[in-house]
Ligand binder design. Structure first.
Ligand code: DAH
Length: 374
C-alpha cells in the first residue's frame, strides 16, 4: 500500500485512475461472460472479486488518499465492484439455468423404453393347478407319489384288471414302446395312458394303510385339436385302509371341490364302469358359476356348465378286490377308494380356456394372464 499522500492527486495513484478501474471492471465482466460453466465462473469470481483481485487491491489504495479525494475514488471503485458483483450474479443465474436444463435432459428416464431385463419365469397354469389339487390332499395327510411315464403294460392294464381283450388295450388308444413280444416276457412297454398304474406301484411298494395322490403326464394316440391332446395330465387318488366305504370317497370328493371352488360346493356320483373299481362311478361337481341355478331357467343361461348345473370331473369308485389281490393287499382286511381326473379339462372350465392347443403351444401370451406364480 502507498504511504499517506498529503498533496493528493488521484490521477497519480495508478490503480485508481478511472481508465484503470474501467479496465479492471471490463476484464471481470469479460471473464464472467467467458466462463462456460459454474466451476469456471467460480474461478473467475475469485480472480476478480477475491482479496487479491485488482479491484480489491485498488480499494485498499483509497485509504491512502487525502480525505477530499477518498469520496470520488471510493465511488468509482464502489461502482465498478457493484457492476462486477451484479454481472457475476447474472452470469451465475444464467449458468445455473443452463445446468438445470442440461441435467433434466441428461438424467431423464424414458419409462416407455423397452427394458432388457430377463422376465421372471412363470409356472405353467397346468403345473400350478396340479399342485393346488395335490396340496388339498397333502394337507389331509396324503403322500405325493410318482411313477414312470414309460410304463410296463402290466401296470398300465393287467394289474388294474383290464382283461387281455379290453378295448383300451388296442393300438388306437395306446402308444406302444415295445409290443408284448419284446424282451419283457408277456408284458409290453407303453406310454402310460392314465395315472392309475401308480396305484398298483404304490400298493406293491407300501404296507397298508396307503394314502397317495399322484399328479402326472399321460399319453393317448389322439390328434391335437381344440378338445384333444395326445399328451395331457391327470391327478389320481388312492386310499387303502380298514373299513373304507363309498361314504369316505364321497366325503373326500366333496372336501376337494370345496377347497378348490368354495365351501358351498358338492359332488354327485353317477354309475359307470371301470375295470379297476367296483362299484364305479362318474363324478360330477356342482357348477361353481351358477350353482345349478341355470337349470330350467332360460333367463339365466350358464356358459360354464351349458346350463346343466353339473360339470363332469372324472371317474372314481371302490378299488376292485381283484386289483387289491394283484397288488398284494388282503381284500378281507382292507378296502379302498380311488379317483382320477384330467387337469386340462379342469383348467378349461375354471378359466374359460376354449382351445386345448393354447395349453401346449407354450405361447407366453397364454400363460402371462395367469400371473407369475413361481
Ligand atoms: N384312469 C381313468 C381314466 O383315465 C380314470 C379313473 C377312473 C381313475 C376311476 C380312477 C378311478 O382312479 O377310480 O379314464
Amino acid at each position: 500500500m502507498s504511504a499517506p499522500n498529503k498533496s493528493y492527486d488521484p490521477v497519480e495513484v495508478e490503480a485508481l485512475k478511472p481508465e484503470e478501474i474501467e479496465r479492471m471492471r471490463d476484464e471481470a465482466l469479460a471473464a464472467f461472460a467467458a466462463a462456460g460453466d459454474l466451476d469456471a465462473l467460480q474461478e473467475a469470481k475469485v480472480a476478480h472479486t477475491g482479496g487479491t483481485s485488482p479491484l480489491a487491491l485498488a480499494n485498499r489504495e483509497i485509504g491512502a488518499l487525502p480525505p477530499h479525494a477518498k469520496a470520488e475514488a471510493g465511488k468509482r471503485v464502489g461502482q465498478a465492484r457493484g457492476a462486477v458483483n451484479k454481472a457475476f450474479a447474472a452470469r451465475q443465474t444464467e449458468l445455473e439455468a443452463e445446468r438445470d436444463a442440461r441435467v433434466l435432459v441428461e438424467e431423464a428416464v424414458d419409462v416407455t423404453l423397452p427394458h432388457d431385463r430377463v422376465p421372471a419365469g412363470a409356472r405353467h397354469p397346468l403345473t400350478t393347478m396340479m399342485e393346488r389339487v395335490a396340496d388339498v390332499f397333502v394337507s389331509m395327510g396324503y403322500e405325493v407319489a410318482e411313477g414312470p411315464e414309460v410304463e410296463a403294460e402290466w401296470f398300465n392294464f393287467d394289474a388294474l384288471n383290464f382283461g387281455p381283450d379290453h378295448p383300451a388295450r388296442q393300438m388306437q388308444d395306446t402308444f406302444f414302446v415295445e409290443g408284448p413280444t419284446g424282451d419283457h416276457g408277456e408284458s409290453g412297454v407303453v406310454l402310460r395312458t392314465h395315472t392309475s398304474p401308480v396305484q398298483a406301484r404304490a400298493m406293491l411298494d407300501r404296507e397298508p394303510p396307503v394314502y397317495i395322490v399322484c399328479p402326472g403326464r399321460v399319453y393317448r394316440t389322439d390328434e391335437l385339436d381344440a378338445t384333444h391332446t395326445p399328451v395331457f395330465h391327470q391327478i389320481e387318488l388312492l386310499a387303502i385302509d380298514e373299513g373304507l366305504t363309498m361314504a369316505d370317497l364321497k366325503g373326500t370328493l366333496d372336501h376337494m371341490v370345496q377347497s378348490l371352488f368354495g365351501s358351498d360346493m358338492k359332488t354327485r356320483l353317477r354309475p359307470n364302469y371301470f375295470p379297476f373299481t367296483e362299484p364305479s362311478a362318474e363324478m360330477d361337481m356342482l357348477c361353481y358359476v351358477c350353482k345349478g341355478e341355470s337349470v330350467g331357467n332360460p333367463d339365466r343361461p350358464c356358459r360354464t356348465c351349458s346350463s346343466e348345473g353339473w360339470i363332469e370331473l372324472g371317474g372314481c369308485g371302490m378299488v376292485n378286490p381283484r386289483v387289491l389281490v394283484a397288488c398284494g393287499v388282503d381284500p378281507q382286511k382292507y378296502s379302498g377308494f380311488a379317483f382320477g381326473f384330467g387337469i386340462e379339462r379342469m383348467l378349461m372350465f375354471r378359466h374359460n380356456v376354449e382351445d386345448m392347443r393354447d395349453m401346449v403351444e407354450g405361447d407366453v401370451r397364454f400363460t402371462r394372464p395367469f400371473g407369475m406364480e413361481i
